[in-house]
Design a protein around this ligand. Structure first.
Ligand code: CS2
Ligand code: MG
Length: 402
């Protein structure tokens, strides 16, 4: 089953996406997401100029061998660009294999371990009241788990707050927006937000929050302690995790569950976190952590340490990622939760898909393969527009994690 064609499709139906489409001599095609928010063309170039020429003629059934061919064969290992490119190839090969065997992808991953996948939505608002209103909206939509992010009194901007009804879309066209940040303002406000949420909506609903890499370990420890009465499902990215041992300090002070990993791209980025029980959920994804092949290895290591999966699923991960993630989520034993931000209608038109949402749960669908396609003609009507994630500065002007 030789690969005879490989296309890198860059399009922007509302936001930029990079999609790899592989076609075999039998006419079977497969898709992989290669979108890296703010650096899309780096991955598109890595694929087009370095990997696609080596793909033509390879046997599409040799998924594991192809993964190592491009990982070890690059010499320069790891990193988001390399691993997103390898991920796109890997995902497309799994899609092809499942189609060629006429089964939904999850059947090749060990079959279903559950009937559907718990997902969480994103409630946000410019202030406390608007965030509470948004939270109630997501409950009315049937979500059983909701993340809450709010504007912070005294700050002009904060992470995760959407513009009006629109879902939060951080990348802005042509230049990085500059945000201003105050940890003091944030730490004073967030416990008040979750006290109100619990008071308003009760103890049943799963509530989540993303600190988005902005706290020092001791600040994160303080926030975790302050949030304990509100029993969060998780506190995400409490501190930058390149130094995995930094999580030890937080762990010593709080029982608030911790989730990390959306910016990770190999098992080595999270091995210590998992083996030292420093996290409760690992957020690595099909698109940024080397595809289904590598994500399974991360999940299997996590399973040994009772760490559950909680894959990232923002709108800058395309419907191709969401489709693949749901097949993985349906099957993996130590599944925790899947992030789900619905894409725009124009994105969904470019990427028709079989996955569906109902009453707080999702299912990938029962069609052969991954169940996501791309309308290439429609995609061509949405050309790439350079876009950048924000830059974050403290009030005194110091650059800070965004
Ligand atoms: C966030 C994302 O969804 C999340 O948990 O961390 O909004 C993240 O900031 C973006 O995906 C970055 O492109
Ligand atoms: Mg996050």
């Amino acid at each position: 089953m030789k690969i005879v064609d490989a296309k890198v499709i860059v399009c922007s139906p509302g936001r930029n996406f990079v999609t790899l489409k592989l076609v075999t001599e039998d006419g079977v095609s497969g898709l992989g997401d290669a979108t890296l928010n703010g650096r899309e063309l780096a991955v598109a170039s890595y694929l087009s100029n370095h990997l696609v020429p080596l793909l033509i003629g390879r046997d599409a059934r040799r998924i594991e061998d192809t993964w190592h061919y491009f990982y070890k064969g690059a010499y320069w290992r790891r990193g988001p660009v390399t691993m997103s490119a390898i991920a796109a190839i890997d995902t497309a090969l799994w899609d092809i294999r499942a189609k060629s065997l006429n089964v939904p992808l999850y059947q090749l991953l060990g079959g279903a371990s559950r009937d559907a996948v718990l997902v969480y939505g994103h409630a946000s608002g410019a202030d406390m009241e608007k965030t509470l209103g948004s939270f109630g909206h997501f409950l009315n939509l049937g979500y059983k788990a909701v993340r809450a992010q709010s504007g912070i009194p005294g700050l002009a901007s904060a992470y995760g707050v959407g513009q009006g009804e629109m879902a939060y879309e951080p990348a802005e066209k042509h230049a990085p927006p500059e945000n201003l940040w105050s940890t003091e303002h944030y730490l004073r406000f967030v416990p008040q937000l979750f006290a109100r949420l619990r008071n308003e909506f009760g103890p049943e609903i799963h509530v989540l929050h993303d600190a988005h890499h902005r706290l020092t370990p001791i600040e994160a420890a303080r926030l975790g302690k302050d949030l304990e009465p509100f029993r969060l499902f998780w506190l995400e990215d409490p501190t930058p995790a390149e130094l995995q041992s930094a999580l030890r300090l937080i762990r010593q002070h709080t029982t608030t569950p911790l989730a990390i990993g959306e910016v990770f791209n190999t098992i080595f980025d999270c091995q210590q976190l998992i083996e030292e029980h420093l996290v409760d959920f690992i957020r690595t994804t099909v698109v940024h952590a080397g595809g289904i092949t590598h994500l399974r290895k991360i999940a299997h290591l996590a399973e040994i340490y009772q760490v559950r999966t909680g894959s990232h699923g923002a709108t800058d991960l395309s419907p191709v990622s969401m489709g693949a993630a749901l097949h993985f989520d349906l099957s993996v034993n130590n599944f925790g939760i899947q992030e789900y931000m619905p894409h725009t209608p124009e994105t969904d038109r470019v990427f028709p898909h079989a996955y569906s949402f109902q009453d707080g749960l999702m299912h990938p669908g029962e069609v052969a393969g991954m169940g996501v396609d791309i309308d290439e003609q429609l995609a061509s009507q949405y050309p790439y527009v350079p876009a950048y994630l924000p830059i974050n500065r403290k009030l005194d002007g110091t650059i800070h994690s965004w």
